[in-house]
Ligand binder design. Structure first.
Ligand code: SAM
Ligand code: SF4
Length: 367
């Protein structure tokens, strides 16, 4: 049986094949999983170190023009009360992040594409740079946009972009989205972002209905193929008001399996890609109270503390039981600091924390 074989031989290899990755992803005994996590941690230590970088997450709007079947803020979920933070509120949150020594902020929202919004974001980027003397890094996670929009936001000072491919399997992608959402367009956006010079983040949801370990192994190979600098991925968690919610049966019955699969995916990705940044996401914490620390122990090195004002948190529920809905930014920070120090890692305050992978790429381009 695949899952019962010892992982020793695979973990001793220099280069892993798709079959090896699938094998590691299917390990389900405690000892085998620990071996996997230990190896991933050793590789993380060697290539990116044990400093955790914070990205202050600002969920600036839950308005979305799209209808992904898994997402709680999809356009057709009429139960959601929509919001858009004001410029002042966003700048206040960014300023707080800067004062606290966070190296950067992530501006995330549902997907909106129009010229007024493009200018609003462009202006915000200028102002965030201004208030932080150009020091605060800016990551955007604002979905698919046309090339010119990406270029304008890059020119304004945003240098990272996070756009998950969600799954690299085009057939599965088609099952998770309405026909109007196009797999090739998403891949093209990732290519454009890289060509413009962005530090490119991508990722997938782990444990989707219909996903297999072979497909997840393909996802890891996809990350390599598109030369990603950062991986942001987490477990898929159903939202009760979405079309996909019923597909996994009673989620409580599989919660632990889903969590462990997500940790194995982080570890296998670290082993395969080595020098990229990998986020330990909030969705991990939704499944296990120590989820984000365990993500760090499995090979992740980035955490995105939520710094959105608590009045908006309930409006940005992508999945059920999202944690920290009532904790304000300073409570989140104190709680996270304690958790990170408790596992013997440090926090990279006042540092940009780009991945060594990205730094090397930029050096090559300059030569
Ligand atoms: N709208 C932008 C986009 O889709 O790229 C950015 C915001 S979107 C809410 C950020 C991510 O949330 C998506 O890429 C997706 O992977 C994740 N997400 C949505 N619904 C989820 C769910 N039910 N479980 C776990 N992650 C989910
Ligand atoms: Fe909109 Fe992003 Fe949710 Fe899809 S995942 S419905 S694009 S917010």
């Amino acid at each position: 049986m695949l899952s019962e074989a010892s992982p020793d031989k695979i973990l001793a290899k220099d280069r892993l094949t798709k079959k090896d990755l699938a094998h590691l992803l299917s390990l389900n005994d405690k000892q085998g999983m620990q071996q996997l996590f230990d190896k991933a941690y050793a590789i993380k230590k060697k290539y990116v170190g044990t400093t955790v970088y914070f990205r202050g997450l600002i969920e600036l709007s839950n308005i979305c023009e799209k209808n992904c079947y898994y997402c709680g803020i999809r356009k057709e979920n009429r139960k959601v009360e929509r919001y858009m933070m004001s410029e002042e509120e966003i700048l206040q949150a960014a300023n707080e992040a800067w004062q606290w020594g966070y190296g950067s902020v992530v501006l995330q929202a549902g997907e909106i594409s129009n010229s007024r919004y493009t200018s609003f974001i462009e202006n915000l980027i200028h102002k965030i740079k201004e208030l932080s003397n150009g020091e605060l890094g800016i990551t955007l996670s604002l979905g698919e946009q046309v090339e010119n929009t990406y270029k304008r936001w890059y020119a304004a000072g945003a240098h990272r972009y996070l756009l998950r491919i969600e799954t690299s399997d085009r057939k599965l992608y088609a099952l998770l989205h309405p026909e109007s959402h196009n797999y090739d367009s998403r891949v093209e956006c990732l290519q454009i972002l890289g060509d413009i010079g962005y530090y490119v983040g991508t990722g997938v949801m782990i444990g989707l209905p219909g996903q297999t370990v072979e497909r997840l192994a393909d996802d890891i190979m996809f990350f390599k193929r598109i030369d990603a600098d950062m991986i942001g991925m987490g477990p898929y968690i159903p939202h009760h008001d979405t079309p996909l919610a019923c597909c996994l049966g009673n989620f409580d019955d599989i919660k632990q399996d889903q969590f462990e699969l997500a940790l194995r995916m982080i570890a296998a990705t670290r082993i395969f890609l080595r020098d990229v940044n990998i986020a330990s996401t909030t969705a991990l914490q939704a499944l296990d109270d120590s989820g984000r620390e365990l993500g760090l122990k499995a090979g992740a090195n980035i955490i995105m503390p939520n710094i959105t004002d608590t009045i908006y948190r309930r409006g940005y529920q992508l999945y059920d039981n999202k944690p920290c809905l009532d904790e304000n930014a300073s409570m989140c920070r104190a709680c996270l600091e304690g958790r990170i120090l408790s596992i013997g890692e440090t926090i990279g305050y006042n540092k940009p924390g780009d991945s060594p992978h990205y730094d090397r790429k930029r050096t090559r381009v300059r030569k």
